[in-house]
Design a protein around this ligand. Structure first.
Ligand code: FAE
Length: 553
C-alpha cells in the first residue's frame, strides 16, 4: 500500500483527522508500518505457522493482551485512525471442536478447558470427600490457573482475555471506596462519563425481576437471599453482560442453552457478550486492527532509532515455542492483565531492558479480598438441581467496620440438588504483595503468602457465622479440599502491580519511557470492593481518551 493510499484509507475511517495526528503518523513510519501490517494480517490469519509481522516490521501501536484494558485501547486507537496490533498469548475462540461447540462445559471438561495443564483445577475442587478434577490433554485451553508460591490466580487465555471465562458480573464500585483507593482520579468524571461509557460499550443488562422470582434456575439465589435477610443483611441485584433475554429463551427451550447448560468458567457458547463480541468486534470493524493470537510477548526494550522492540514467542497448541520474532512499535500498551503486565515490567527492569522503570513497578498487588465458602442449608431450603451459571445478586455488607464484605451469591451447577449456598466473598482485606524478579531462576514470583488471607477469612466468617447461627446451619468442609472450609488459596480478581499515579503517571503512562503505557487491572490498587472488570474498563476509557488527545493527536 502506498503512503497516499494508506492516508486515504485512514482518512475515510476517521473523517476529518487533525494535522498534528498526521504528523505523528508520518513520524511513526506509517508507510513501512502499513506495508508490514497488511502482510501481517494475512500471515496471522491464513498461515499461523509464519512469523507475525516479519523481522523488522514497524507499527504505530502495539497492545499486549486482549482483555478489558487491551480491548478498550484497541478500539479507541483504531477509532482515532491509528493502526494497531494486538498480540495475545491465547488462541482465538472461534472454531468449533468435534462436538460442534467452541467451548466445553463445566461438567464435561476436555482439553479446551485449561491452559497448558494435564488436569483441571476447578475452584470447587472436591465434593463429599472426593476430588472432582479430571485428567485432560495439555492444550492452549481457555482458563489458566497460574500458581505462585502462596496463591493461584485464575485468568482467561484467548482473544477476549478474562471476558471469555468470567461470570459477567458488571458492578460499578461504591463511589466512596473508589475515591479512597484512587484519590488522584476525578470521581465526577468517572461516575458521570466513564462508568456509563464502559457499561454501555460492554452491553451491561439486568435480569427481569419477575422472571428471577419465578424461575427454578435462580432458586439458589433466592434461598441465599432469604437466609441473608433473616440475619439482617441486605442484598442487591447485580447487572451482567450475559444477555438475560437470551437466558429466558433458553429456559423456554427456544434457543441453544449455555448459562442454563453449565457453561461459564470454560467459556460460554452463547448468550454472553464477551469482548470479542463488543469492543474487539468494533475495533476490527475499523479495518485498522490486527490480532496476532498464540503469541506471547517475552520482552520490550527501547530501540536506538526510537520506539520499542517487542519480542514475541509464537506458540503451538501444546504451548511449545515454534518461533521467536521481534517488531518495532512506536507505542506499546501493556494490557496483559495485573499478573501478565506486572511480570513483564518487573522482569524487563530486572533484566536491564527497561532499567529506569519506577521502583513502584511490581508493588501494590492484592487479591481483591477473595474468599470462597459454602454453607449447608437444611433440606427444606433447597437450592435447586437447576442452576444458571450466571450470578445476579450480592450480599452487601461493605460499610460494616467489622465484617466489610460484598459476597456474590455464586452458582454451583452440579446438575443435582446439593443444598449448598456458595459465595465468592470480596472482603476488605488490606494485605498486599509485590512481584519480584529472581535473577537466578530468571522468573518472577509474587510475595503473597496464604496467611495474608486470614484477615479476609475473619471478615467473611463474621458474616457467615451470623447466618449459620440464625439458621442453625454449618459450613461445607468438603468443597475446597478435605475438611477445608475456606477457599483461600486462589483468586479470580488479581489487581495491581503497576498502580496508577504510583508506578505510572495519573493516566497510565510509564513516564521514564515515553510511549509505554499500562491500561489494565495492574493499575487498580489491589481491592476495588466489587468484581473488577467495569472499573478496569472505565479507567481504560478515561486514560485512553487523555492519551489519544495529548500524546497522539
Ligand atoms: P485480562 O482480561 O486478564 O486480559 C489479559 C490478556 O493478556 C489475557 O488474554 C492474556 O492471555 C494476555 N496475556 C498475558 N500475558 C501475555 C503476554 N506476555 N503476551 C501476550 N498476551 C498476554 O486483563 N470480574 C468481574 O468484574 N465480574 C465477574 O463476574 C468476574 N468473574 C470472574 C470469573 C473467573 C473464573 C475469572 C478468572 C475472573 C473473573 N473476573 C470477574 C475477573 C475479570 O475477568 C478480570 O478482572 C479481568 O478480565 C481483568 O482484565 P484485564 O484487562 O486486566
Amino acid at each position: 500500500m502506498t503512503d497516499s493510499r494508506a492516508r486515504g484509507a485512514d482518512d475515510a475511517i476517521r473523517g476529518a483527522a487533525s494535522v498534528s495526528r498526521r504528523r505523528f503518523l508520518a513520524g511513526a513510519g506509517l508507510t513501512v508500518g502499513v506495508a508490514a501490517l497488511s502482510s501481517m494480517s494475512g500471515a496471522a490469519s491464513a498461515a499461523p505457522g509464519r512469523v507475525a509481522g516479519g523481522e523488522g516490521g514497524r507499527i504505530p501501536a502495539l497492545v499486549i493482551g486482549s482483555g478489558y484494558g487491551g480491548a478498550v485501547a484497541a478500539l479507541r486507537l483504531t477509532q482515532a485512525g491509528i493502526r494497531t496490533q494486538i498480540v495475545e498469548m491465547g488462541r482465538r475462540w472461534d472454531t468449533p471442536g468435534p462436538d460442534g461447540k467452541i467451548f466445553c462445559g463445566m461438567l464435561q471438561p476436555d482439553k479446551r478447558s485449561m491452559w497448558l495443564s494435564d488436569r483441571t483445577a476447578q475452584p470447587v475442587s472436591n465434593f463429599m470427600g472426593f476430588g472432582i478434577d479430571k485428567d485432560i490433554e495439555k492444550y492452549t485451553g481457555v482458563l489458566d490457573c497460574e500458581r505462585f508460591s502462596g496463591i493461584s490466580v485464575y485468568q482467561g487465555r484467548g482473544v477476549g482475555g478474562g471476558s471469555l471465562v468470567n461470570g459477567g458480573m458488571a458492578v460499578t464500585p461504591k463511589r466512596a471506596w473508589f475515591e479512597e483507593i484512587l484519590p488522584s482520579v476525578d470521581a465526577n468524571e468517572m461516575y458521570g462519563t466513564y462508568f456509563p461509557r464502559a457499561n454501555a460499550a460492554l452491553g451491561v443488562n439486568t435480569i427481569d425481576k419477575d422472571w428471577f422470582e419465578s424461575t427454578p434456575w435462580y432458586q439458589f439465589t433466592r434461598t441465599a437471599r432469604k437466609t441473608a435477610h433473616r440475619s439482617g443483611y441486605t442484598t442487591e441485584f447485580v447487572p451482567n453482560v450475559y444477555d438475560f433475554e437470551y437466558m429466558e429463551q433458553e429456559a423456554a427451550g427456544a434457543v441453544t442453552r449455555s448459562a442454563l447448560d453449565g457453561e461459564v468458567i470454560y467459556g460460554n457458547n452463547a448468550g454472553k457478550k464477551s469482548l470479542d463480541k463488543t469492543y474487539l468486534a468494533q475495533a476490527a470493524a475499523t479495518g485498522l486492527l490486527t490480532v496476532t493470537p498464540l503469541h506471547r510477548v517475552a520482552a520490550v526494550a527501547p530501540t536506538a532509532g526510537g520506539g520499542y522492540s517487542v519480542t514475541m514467542e509464537q506458540l503451538d497448541e501444546q504451548g511449545g515455542v515454534v518461533a521467536t520474532t521481534a517488531v518495532t512499535a512506536d507505542r506499546v500498551f501493556f494490557a496483559a492483565g495485573s499478573v501478565g503486565t506486572s511480570k513483564l515490567l518487573v522482569s524487563m527492569k530486572g533484566q536491564g531492558h527497561l532499567p529506569n522503570l519506577s521502583p513502584q513497578v511490581g508493588e501494590g498487588w492484592g487479591n481483591n479480598g477473595n474468599i470462597m465458602v459454602g454453607r449447608a442449608n437444611h433440606m427444606w431450603d433447597a437450592t435447586g438441581a437447576k442452576q444458571a451459571t450466571i450470578p445476579t445478586m450480592g450480599i452487601d455488607n461493605w460499610d460494616d467496620p467489622v465484617a466489610p464484605v460484598f459476597a456474590e451469591i455464586a452458582p454451583l451447577p452440579a446438575g443435582l440438588e446439593t443444598y449448598v449456598s456458595l459465595y465468592l466473598a470480596i472482603t476488605k482485606n488490606p494485605e498486599r504483595a509485590r512481584f519480584q524478579f529472581d535473577p537466578a531462576a530468571g522468573k518472577v514470583d509474587l510475595t503473597w503468602s496464604q496467611s495474608q488471607n486470614q484477615t479476609g477469612i475473619d471478615m467473611a466468617k463474621t458474616l457467615f457465622d451470623k447466618i449459620n447461627r440464625k439458621e442453625g446451619t454449618i459450613y461445607r468442609t468438603d468443597l475446597f479440599g478435605v475438611y477445608k472450609t475456606w477457599g483461600d488459596d486462589f483468586t479470580y480478581h488479581p489487581l495491581g502491580g503497576a498502580l496508577l499515579d504510583k508506578a505510572t503517571d495519573n493516566y497510565g503512562r510509564l513516564p521514564e519511557y515515553p510511549g509505554l503505557y499500562v491500561v489494565d487491572g495492574a493499575l487498580v490498587p489491589g481491592n476495588v470492593g466489587v468484581n473488577p472488570f467495569v472499573t478496569i474498563t472505565a479507567l481504560a476509557e478515561r486514560n485512553m481518551e487523555r492519551i489519544i488527545a495529548t500524546d497522539i493527536r
